[in-house]
Write a protein that binds this ligand. Structure first.
Ligand code: SF4
Length: 369
């Protein structure tokens, strides 16, 4: 059995560690590219969400490299993600790829079914071995997400442009070549030291933007057209509302115990959106409020064309913008999104935030504060 899985930002590093620790043969799909998207678009319905199209491209690229089984996560809830596994299996079949799909839904209390699927995937019935591997995978995922956070801080401050990306991109190339928890952890640690050593320019006037929106678009850099790099190179430090390690912690460890780390976020969203409407719309609103309260200079929402939950959030965010006096930009992406237009909108927004900050500074000086 050769197992593959779809890309979603750093998730592949954790999945790699999980399956390698359990001795499963894996095929990591090539980094998402225009070719991946074109393949996905060819075999997917035109109106389906962009993430599904990219996933289909990932699977076909992996199948062409020898994969015969796909492991995917699913969800319930009022958005199309709940149908992804069934739909993807059908689409692959129609395209001539009759392949085994193992669905790894968050357990939501049903640990028996969850472990049965893991047993099938891993070929072991030893729950202790699986739990140990899950813990290692989570640790690695958290460490890579922390590493990425470090790039958000360093990139706008680096003295020599491109230094952070040189180390971070090398990590993503090298991590495919090493095997198992120890080797991956060592590589993360080495990369962390390299990025930390990047010299900073103390005179940079860095502004801060909070990124909110649909989870896949925020997390997978190919789909958001590398928004973190583009903004970093414009002198912007970012923070993202959603991360894979946070999602995993929430669904795998907190929810089954009736707990959540998102209580503060939901409370922040409550005056605008009281309930879950699918996807992460409530988190989009909640984090926008939290970013505004933490003195961020602006908020950017990114989501794929036709994403129902984020359309709801988009209709609310202008009210948050007004209530908290924080500029907001909405970027909607699909397979037709042009890089030049996207970049122009980012540059214009960043210019606006800088001018606004300067004006505030001037006003404060004049008023003697
Ligand atoms: S959150 Fe949006 S883009 Fe993602 S599956 Fe649901 S509807 Fe599609």
């Amino acid at each position: 059995m050769k197992v593959t899985f779809p890309h979603m930002g750093n998730q592949y590093v954790g999945t790699k560690v999980l399956l390698e620790e359990l001795g499963v043969d894996i095929i990591i799909p090539p980094k998402c590219s225009k070719d991946t998207l074109n393949t996905g678009v060819k075999y997917s319905p035109e109106s389906i969400c962009l993430p599904l199209k990219v996933n289909i491209g990932n699977y076909i690229e992996s199948i062409n490299m020898g994969a015969d089984t796909i492991a995917i996560t699913g969800s319930c809830g009022p958005c199309r993600f709940g149908y992804y596994s069934v739909l993807q299996k059908e689409l692959l079949k129609e395209a001539g790829y009759d392949i085994d799909v193992i669905l790894l839904d968050p357990p939501q209390g049903d640990y028996k079914l969850f472990f049965e699927r893991i047993f099938k995937l891993t070929g072991t019935k030893n729950p202790y071995r699986i739990i140990k591997a899950l813990k290692k995978a989570y640790n690695v995922l958290k460490a890579v997400d922390d590493l990425e956070d470090m790039t958000y801080y360093k990139r706008p401050r680096e003295k020599v442009k491109g230094s952070v990306d040189k180390y971070y991109d090398t990590f993503h190339k090298d991590v495919r070549m090493v095997y198992g928890y120890k080797a991956v952890s060592k590589l993360i640690q080495e990369t962390k030291e390299r990025i930390l050593s990047v010299e900073e320019d103390p005179n940079r006037d860095v502004i801060k933007i909070g990124i909110v929106g649909e989870i896949y678009t925020i997390i997978e850099p190919f789909v958001s057209l590398d928004i973190e790099k583009k903004l970093g190179n414009l002198g912007v430090e970012i923070d993202k509302s959603l991360k894979v390690s946070r999602w995993l912690n929430e669904h795998l460890f907190m929810h089954p115990l009736g707990l959540s780390t998102e209580k503060e976020t939901w409370e922040s969203a409550e005056p605008y959106l009281k309930t879950m409407v699918g996807g992460h719309a409530r988190e989009t609103i909640g984090y926008a409020v939290r970013f505004a309260k933490s003195n961020f200079d602006g908020i950017i929402q990114v989501y794929p064309l036709g994403c129902m939950p984020e359309i709801v959030a988009q209709s609310i965010l202008p009210t948050v913008e007004k209530d908290y006096n924080i500029p907001y930009l909405c970027l909607i992406v699909d397979e037709m999104t042009g890089e030049a237009g996207y970049m122009t909108r980012l540059e214009a927004f960043v210019d606006l935030l800088r001018r606004r900050k300067e004006t505030f500074k001037g006003e404060k000086l004049l008023s003697g504060y």
